[in-house]
Structures are given as structure tokens and as C-alpha cells.
Design a protein. Sequence first.
Lengths: 204, 138
Amino acid sequence: MGESKTVTESDSPRKVALVASCLLNQNAKVCQGANYPGVVSPVVEALRSRGYLLQQLPCPELAFAGARRWWAVYEQYDTPAYRAHCRRLAQAIAPLIEKYLRHGDEVILIGLDGSPSTGVRFTSSQPQWGGRPNRPEDDWEIVPRRGIWIEELEAELARRGLPALPATGWALDMGRFDEAGARRDLEQFLDARENRGSREDPVT
Amino acid sequence: MNDARGWRVALVPDRLLNAPQPVSAALPDVLRVLEASRYGILQLPPAGEHSLLLAVIADQAAEYSHHGYAVVAIGIHGEPGNGLHWRRLAPLLRHRGVALPPRHIIRPELDATAEGERLTAFLSEYDLPLEERRRWRV
């Protein structure tokens, strides 16, 4: 199959979307947190229809706290052990991202807004949280901040001398989920990039 | 609160998710088939050295396998290791106590529609035994 690669495939800059693990696999979500059976179709449709290749990021929470974990806020995951785990994951995926960037590809990041780990524009916060979860009485705030996984991933890319990636989040973990609003938001982000009409300079 | 998860996960080569033209024209739209079959995706990297990333993927696959999820692998004929990095991934899975997932291989040289139907049948026919499903899927 390698022999059949075309010049276009090998040489042309591509558009690559790094996507939060759970956007391709809702089984990664915390207990009671899955809104779709598997693939989050509106995100995938929006990206594919604009010519983006998909690159799934690992799910840091699944590999750390397991498939049967409860929900948590930023402060609960903000521990040295979890950050070290996220750094290991970042070191695992960063070489691929670096390859895309050094090839001159346009790379964007689609996280999960409201997530303590994968939030891009927003994460969930409640310094007092602890112990047994108590839904729906539990209350938390949405604050404008990266999640811990995204912080560590961006730090790893910066360590490699790579530029900050244009990023947004699919607003799945913001409390009440509004799919139509989230879709509009994502499409605006993607269309704004299309309308810029030029790519960033390739990384050299 | 309802939870919509499908309890099914497929290991999928990068080549099947991001097939370039003209390769993609000869393939079924695997992403769409998986979506319709209620499967989530664990994407495998393109060809190359990805030792750490494969270990991370094996960790995730093991977590699913140990907790009531049906895990399958979908390969592509003609790619080294069927695009699944199988020579490296299989020992990583075994080391984590995971029985190797059933594999389905897409054949690009055959009719894409028929291959899509064959994939759909494979996905819909596979699941864990009833007692395992009852144990975990509450």
C-alpha cells in the first residue's frame, strides 16, 4: 500500500484535527456521562466535511482512574501523579503531532469544554469537592481555564519548540448540554479558520 | 440520568479513518459503519515506531476488556500488520491479561459496498456473553 501513495498524499500540507478521545468514543466518558453510543457524529461530520484528518488523543482519565470512575473537578485531578500520567501520554502522542507540524500541516485541537482534563476554553471547578459524589445536589462552577491534560499536552509541545495550536472545545461537559449550540460554536471556529485563507508558516 | 454508551469499542487503523484518495474510494466508510453500529473508536497510529503510544492504547483497550465492553479490531488487507501494529500490539494486550480481540479485515480489492455490509454483519454479531453483559452493564 505504501507503494501506491500518491505525490498529493505524501507532499501536500493536510488539515489535521486532534480530537479528544471521547469525541470518537463515548465509552471513555465517566459513569452516566455518555451522550452518544460511540462516535460524536456532529463533530466528526463538521471536521470531515471540511477536509480534516482525525487524530484521536488518548483519554487520560480512563487510563488513570478506570472505566468505572465517577465524575470529578479540576482540583481533584490536580495532583502530581495525575500530571505525571498526563505528561507520559503527551510524550506518547507528541511525536505524531510534531511530525504533522514539521510537514507543514495545519493542526487544530478540539477538546471537551467543561472537562477537568480535556477542557480547552472551560473546565469544571469546585475546590471543596471530595468524597462520595452526590448528584444532582453537587454543584460546581465552569471557569475559563484549560483542563489538566490539555495543560500538560501544550507544555510538552512547547518543550519541543512547537507553536501553540488553534483550539476549541465541544461543549459537552458544561452542565446542560446544548447540541445545536455546540455544533454552531464548532462550525464558527472551523469556518473562521477557512476564511482566514492562509495557513500558518510551517514549523522549521 | 441516562447514559447512552454502546459498550462496544473497535481498534481501527489510521489508514481506515483517514484514507487518502484514491484509496478511500475503494473502501467502505468505516467511520459511518461504526457509528451506525454503536461502536466507539480507539485509533491506531499510522505506520512507524510508536512504542509508547501503542502501550497507552493497550492500557485503554485492557480497561475496556476488563470491564464489560466488547472490543474488536478492524484491519485493512495489504497494510503491514493490517494497519493494526499487531506484532507489537498483541503482546502488549496479552501482557495486560487481555484475550486478543476478534479481528475483521477489510479487503480494498473487493467491492466497497459489499465490504461495508460484511463489516456491519461482523460488528452486529459480536458481543460479550450474556452473563458478562449483565455483570457490568448496569
